[in-house]
Design a protein around this ligand. Structure first.
Ligand code: GAL
Length: 416
């Protein structure tokens, strides 16, 4: 009897203990490359999530490296190894679809979009970008613009130059600035930022129709028009700092802010860095213009989060996705991030002057997708484009780079 009583007692006391343990194990792992300087917007969202869900421990897993260059490699190992994070940052478009959607590693979120009423809250073009194989595969948290040229208005006044409206004009301005003693008028950073600059040069040289034709396979990379992009790119590079590969994108922005360069071409996360992290006033501390030759065009990309099959904390992840896609979540995140909401109903009074102007352009401009940030080409092309860039940089031969790009386009059956 004594033994039975003891056993009963042990079981009775073990039950609440077990329940406590289960509660403490409720977690949500959010995986992204928004580390350090890039972190405040994500942190604000996580803080809101934690306030809404005090019993869930939100774990912010970041892998440093702009544009996800390192995070994507870590993600690949985890996804292939059957250890997916609960939710991960991924660019809307081919970056997710041509990788983990075709590999059947993601859950279809169409039901969530419908139950949350999102089908009419996001632009139809964006939903189309997130869709494939009859499903919708991630929740977009923002819209970033790739084709922006940044500068400090007071410094341009001192130098007597204005933001160039074409790449030819840029080359003239570059010469003027060099003659005035500014050796490297354009601030450039590490490898992926070369590709980022390339897409602005390409859009400016080709225009929207030919840019789109590259990705639908209708314009060959070896077409003289596309070869000209590399030629122009080479001339633009001659205006940039030779130590570029050693600088993060933030350090390249810093170089421009401190007057070591006049311009920097970077996506508008740079506005987030300058306004949120450095506390600069848009319009005074920094100015902006569409990158040369791209006025009236908005080269877009969108950060999104999905639900991998086999996520360890599925319910917690669904709550996270609901916050991400909500008006409240988007208006917490985007004013800090330097992006505009992906939703159509955001409260613009919460956004700074740069973002208000970006929202206006998003509505009125022609929209094209970014190569460097996963919107227009499959990952297999995007990741190998870095090799094309290396080929170009080693010999500065436009035709060689164009032919390498076309070979990769053929390999991945771009546009087919
Ligand atoms: C982009 C991403 C942005 C920002 C940027 C720099 O690819 O979409 O949100 O993080 O990289 O790291």
């Amino acid at each position: 009897m004594k033994l039975r009583a003891a056993l009963f007692l042990a079981v009775a006391t073990a039950v609440p203990l077990a329940a406590t343990t289960v509660r403490a194990q409720e977690k949500l792992e959010i995986f992204s490359w928004w580390a350090g300087d890039e972190g405040p917007a994500l942190q604000a969202l996580i803080d809101r999530y934690s306030a809404q869900n005090p019993a869930i421990q939100a774990v912010n897993s970041t892998v440093t490296g702009g544009s996800g260059v390192n995070a994507r490699a870590v993600l690949k190992t985890r996804m292939l190894g059957g250890d997916p994070p609960d939710s991960f940052q991924v660019h809307a478009g081919q970056e997710l679809i041509a990788t983990w959607v075709v590999a059947n590693r993601m859950e279809d979120l169409t039901g969530l979009f419908k139950s949350e009423g999102w089908m009419t809250k996001f632009p139809p073009g964006l939903i189309a970008l997130l869709s494939a194989k009859g499903g919708i595969w991630s929740v977009p948290v923002n819209i970033h613009r790739s084709n922006v040229m940044w500068y400090v208005p007071a410094r341009l006044r001192e130098w007597g130059v204005s933001p160039p409206r074409s790449w030819d004009e840029f080359l003239g301005t570059c010469k003027t600035l060099k003659d005035k003693g500014l050796q490297n008028p354009l601030a450039l950073g590490e490898n992926w930022t070369y590709v980022h600059l390339w897409e602005s040069v390409a859009l400016g040289v080709l225009g929207t129709d030919d840019w789109n034709a590259l990705w639908s396979g209708k314009l060959k990379f070896t077409d003289p028009k596309a070869v000209k992009v590399w030629e122009t790119f080479g001339k633009v590079l001659a205006c940039a700092n030779p130590d570029a590969s050693g600088l993060s994108w933030q350090q390249a922005v810093d170089r421009m802010l401190k007057g070591g360069a006049a311009f920097n071409v970077m996506g508008d996360w740079a506005a987030g860095y300058m306004a949120t992290t450095l506390k600069l006033q848009p319009g005074e501390g920094f100015g902006w213009a569409a990158s040369p030759g791209t006025a009236g065009v908005f080269m877009m990309l969108s950060d999104s989060f999905g639900l991998p099959r086999g996520a360890k904390h599925r319910d917690a992840t669904l709550k996270w996705l609901k916050l991400l896609g909500s008006k409240e979540g988007q208006d917490i995140f985007n004013p800090l991030k330097g992006s505009i909401a992906a939703r159509l109903d955001s409260d613009l009074t919460r956004y700074n002057a740069y973002l208000v102007s970006a929202a206006k352009d998003w509505k009125g401009n022609k929209i094209v997708g970014s190569l460097a940030h996963g919107a227009v080409a499959p990952e297999a092309f995007g990741s190998q484009f870095g090799t094309v860039m290396e080929i170009y940089l080693s010999a500065m031969n436009a035709k060689a780079a164009a032919s390498a790009a076309q070979a990769i386009a053929d390999q991945v059956r771009l546009g087919r």
